[in-house]
Structure formats: structure tokens, C-alpha cells
Design a protein around this ligand. Sequence first.
Ligand SMILES: [Zn+2]
Ligand SMILES: [Zn+2]
Length: 306
Amino acid sequence: MIGLPRHNAAFCKPCFIGYVLDQVAKAIKHDRMFSKDHRVLVAVSGGKDSLALWNILLKLGYRADALYVDLGIAGYSTRSREKVIRFAATTAEAAGATLLQHEVKEEEGAGIRELAMLVHRPTCSACGTIKRYQFNRAAIEHRYDVMATGHNLDDEAARLLGNVLHWQEDYLDKQAPSLPASVDGFAKKVKPLYRLTERETAAYAVLNGIDYVVEECPMAKGSKMLLYKEVLNRIETESPGTKQKFYCGFLDRRSSTEPAGTSMTEKDRAALRPCPTCGQPTTADLCSYCKMMSRASRVASPSARF
Ligand SMILES: [Zn+2]
Ligand SMILES: [Zn+2]
């Protein structure tokens, strides 16, 4: 039996799997994420959420391929890549899906740890910049209609808490389960697992025999996100359902005040132009990815400065 205190319910194995598939199907429909005609690119990390997402989308009959970005984190990247390759070989390829792989070290000449040190940025933020850039570029180049990530209810509630605590209104505007392709050159982004908790996606992965990396990324140690998750879990234990009420309450309030996905783009849209180095749209002189890479290469070889 799998107990779900927030729904005041308990499920047996087949019913639980049915519940999970149903929640994802509802999310896709409710937020108009994609249809069976669309080509979906799933961002997989080797963790439970992204592999469960890929598995669920294939079970629901969607055309879902996946991209793995190897960030070159010693040990961790190797282990997570192995899990992704195994899942692709044992499950996804049989369903007609393809795994794309990309290595940051190969392309940029250094792993994420070295790059972050060179540009003096916290590794997780450098990692976020690289992943966003690589996934968007792959989605556009390989002509996918939409990019899906494995963010679950815990991730979104923790992010919302962080954004509210610091009143980051720009980020609040952009926090939605479905972000439209704002302009040419930006892929549409969706989060089909946003109605499921971390515990639920983990249970789903285990019940389906999905082998995933259990360890957190070593670079995420001490991150604020983990703290926010811990706090929310403490509240959830005392009063089940709070996490969901918090995040869904935010979504409900927003959708009643403004149509989804327009406010975020209007402001930026006017200022967007292609990055002179890579061609991806940006509001700055150089996109944040190219800025970071050019800084890294300047520091690495000072002679290249002039
Ligand atoms: Zn049952
Ligand atoms: Zn660029």
C-alpha cells in the first residue's frame, strides 16, 4: 500500500501507477502542454524524476525523445550517464524513442566545476545556465516542439518559497508549468510532473523498476533549494496538503489575474535580439551562456584578452 496523506488516500500498486499517469495526463491537458502530434524533448539527468517522466510520457503514447547533458562532474556524471543509457536501452528505445547525449567537457574544454571556478560563480548557477542553453539549442536544432523537465511539486513549491521570501517578482512571473515559446529561437518549456510530489515520483520509479541515481548532485550540497524543501516537508508532516495548496494557490491566483504566459514575454520581447556569437535570442549584448564562456576562456588564457 502507498499512503497519500495529502489526498487522505492509500493505493495498491496498479492503482497508484494509474493515479500517477492520470495526474500527468491531466497536467498536460489542463496547461495545454502538447499533443500526440508534437515532438517532445525530455531533459534527463539520471535521477528519478526525469526518468520517470520519460517513462510516463512513452506509456501515455507521446513522441518523447530525451537529451542528457554530461556536465563533467567527476564520478557523479559517469554514474548518472550510465543510468540514462541503461534506461534508454532497456525501455525507451523499445518504444521507438531516441537518446541524445551532449558533453560539456568535449565542447567547452572543461567540466562544470572548473568553469564555475573560472568565472567565480556558484556551481549550481553556472550549471543552470549551461543546461538551459544546451537544452534550448538542442530543441531548436533538432526541431522539437516542446522541451519537458522533471520538476515535481516539491521543486516548484521550494522555488516559489524562495521567490516569495526574496520577492523576486521577475522570477515569479516566469514560474509556470507551461511557458510558451516567446519568440523564434526559444523552445516552449513544460513541467508535466508539477502535480506529483517527490515521494510519489520516487515510488513510481521504484514500482516500475527504473534504476536511477539516488545521490544528490555533489555540487548542490548546502543549496538554498534543499533548505526550502526541508522546511516545506516539516510543515507538510504537521499539516498534509500544505505544499500543494501553496503552489496551486499561486497558480490559481495568477491565472485569474492574467492570461498565462503573456506578461513574462511582453517586457522582454521588445528587447530581444540574436546573440552575436551563437544566435540565440537574448536581451543583453551577449547571451548569458556566451558571456560566461568568454569570461572563462579569458581567465584561462590571459593572452587571448587583446
Ligand atoms: Zn487498487
Ligand atoms: Zn550566445
